[in-house]
Write a protein of this length. Structure first.
Length: 162
């Protein structure tokens, strides 16, 4: 929650490039089907209901701890990465937060103890893995703007689920 600068740094290190690319890739993967609250999810607010599963996917990739707090009364999850600090890629779902409780570390086992979270995590993890494979095949056009090939390869499957 108090992170923000580690994604926006002007550094050109591999870590900084990865941190700038992650939100772009995940934005292509998030959907109504991966949201905790699909009725309130919209393309205009793609991070809505994605926090727990996004934090798990980031932990798979970068390690670290999972953090949880209440934001405006709703549970919210994000990451604390080794040597990089806090990373919260779904914080913007809340807009301006009026109330944020003190964060606490939570176990991966706890987050995955909910069957709906497991289903959504497995779906997001597969979409994310496929997107990374597309990037490795050279389908990445501009990491800061768009991922061509990833979105077109993914969207037909998502539309069938809706």
């Amino acid at each position: 929650m108090r992170q923000s600068s580690n994604v926006d740094q002007a550094s050109t290190s591999p870590e900084a490039n990865l941190l700038r690319t992650l939100p772009v890739v995940l934005r292509e993967c998030w959907s109504r089907e991966t949201s905790y609250d699909p009725e309130k999810w919209t393309p205009e607010n793609p991070t809505h209901g994605q926090c727990a599963i996004t934090a798990l996917v980031i932990q798979d990739l970068l390690g670290g701890d999972l953090l949880r707090a209440k934001v405006n009364g709703a549970e919210h999850y994000w990451n604390c990465l080794p040597d990089l600090g806090e990373l919260d890629l779904t914080r913007d779902q809340f807009g301006t937060a009026d109330t944020i409780t003190t964060p606490e570390k939570v176990s991966r086992e706890y987050v995955l103890s909910f069957s709906n979270t497991v289903r959504r995590y497995e779906q997001l993890s597969q979409l994310f893995t496929n997107a990374l494979k597309e990037i490795a095949r050279g389908k990445l056009i501009n990491a800061r703007r768009s991922i061509r090939g990833v979105s077109s390869a993914r969207k037909p499957k998502s539309r069938k689920l809706r």
